[in-house]
Design a protein around this ligand. Structure first.
Ligand code: F6P
Length: 345
């Protein structure tokens, strides 16, 4: 039986750990594993190579993905569905394991409805996939952001500055909230709650008037800013779009920094962590989660659990409907955010 594996969407630490686990488990089931190049593009263009124990050895700790990735969506390509099905038939692929985030797994769910035998494995540093308590990649990204906040604390204190740290998080503020709590940030701004800059400035002003000489503000890149009349809100984008046609984010940190300085008069700087959060070696926790997902995903294939996704519930790996997991995003709850708010009012 031949199983094909792909990694789609933004990369994250732990992808190679999943690929390695799938190949190891597959050898126990007696499956042959084919690696599809660059996400769905590999199926559209019939581009793949054989994955073996030898070719996947020594990759557990490596960041990125040996398969390459893209945000290509078969439903946005002319005759995409036919091309996908043709590759599957021509190569006698019995099933596909799609490792991806919201975009890749939504396409997987739609393809399943059209007859593709597919199992999903959730990945993303953003941790915004529903149906799973955590995605791998998130813990590594939080660790990187927390270390950055720790480092920025000392320089902010020396210079009596406000430092705004922009972290990733397109639709949700999990990285901002976790790293902000772990790093002791003074303000955390997330996409779930549109920001009133006057209130942020007031808070920083109050803090500094009670003897503090510096502040750290963590802002997720997808945070929307309320207009002066509070009637509407806007997203700060780079003005460009990505491969999937979505606005490329980035810039909200600089905007918030400029507005804080203008409103408070305190010297303010910005640090944008960007893709540093996605690169490099995965934490031990992400490696373990990725490995468990890989083994479980392969077992789901052997049981024919098509149209489902491996997921973490508590400390158990379970499987959930792909359609349910991709129907909406997992946002930071008010209850969770209130823990962070205890420290910045
Ligand atoms: O999807 C994860 C993510 O890290 C988002 O937070 C971010 O908006 C996006 O990837 C940026 O990805 P890229 O620059 O690779 O298009």
């Amino acid at each position: 039986m031949k199983v094909a594996v792909l990694t789609g969407g933004g990369d994250c630490p732990g992808l190679n750990a999943v690929i390695r686990a799938i190949v190891r488990r597959a050898s126990i089931h007696g499956f042959e594993v084919m690696g599809l190049r660059e996400g769905w593009r590999g199926l559209l263009e019939d581009s793949h190579f054989r994955l073996t124990r030898e070719t996947t050895s020594g990759i557990l700790h490596r960041g990125g993905t040996i398969l390459g990735t893209s945000r290509v969506n078969p439903f946005k390509v002319e005759n995409g569905l036919e091309k996908v099905m043709h590759t599957v038939e021509r190569n006698q692929i019995a099933g596909i394991i799609a490792i991806g985030g919201e975009g890749t797994l939504s396409a997987a769910s739609q393809l399943h409805q059209k007859g593709l035998k597919v199992v999903g494995i959730p990945k993303t540093i953003d941790n915004d996939l529903n149906g799973t308590d955590f995605t791998f990649g998130f813990d590594t990204a939080v660790g990187i952001a927390t270390e950055a906040i720790d480092r920025l604390h000392s320089t902010a204190e020396s210079h009596k500055r406000v430092i705004v740290v922009e972290v990733m998080g397109r639709h949700v503020g999990w990285i901002a909230t976790y790293s902000g709590i772990a790093g002791g940030a003074d303000v955390i701004l997330v996409p779930e709650i549109p920001v009133e800059l006057d209130k942020v400035a007031e808070h920083i002003h109050r803090r500094h008037s009670t003897g503090r000489s510096f502040s750290i503000v963590v802002v997720a890149e997808g945070t929307r800013i309320k207009t002066a009349d509070n009637e509407s809100e806007h997203l700060v984008t780079s003005g460009q779009t990505d491969e999937a046609g979505r606005p490329r984010l980035g810039g909200v940190g600089a905007y918030v920094a400029q507005e804080i300085e203008r409103r408070t008069g305190y010297e303010t700087r910005v640090s944008v962590l960007g893709h540093i959060q996605r690169g490099g070696i995965p934490t031990a926790w992400d490696r373990v989660l990725a490995t468990r997902f890989g083994v479980h995903g392969c077992d789901m294939v052997s049981r024919g659990e098509w149209g489902r996704m491996a997921a973490l519930r508590g400390n158990e790996i379970v499987s959930v409907e792909l359609a349910t997991a991709t129907a909406s995003l997992k946002r930071v709850s008010q209850e969770f955010f209130e823990v962070a708010q205890v420290f910045f009012g």
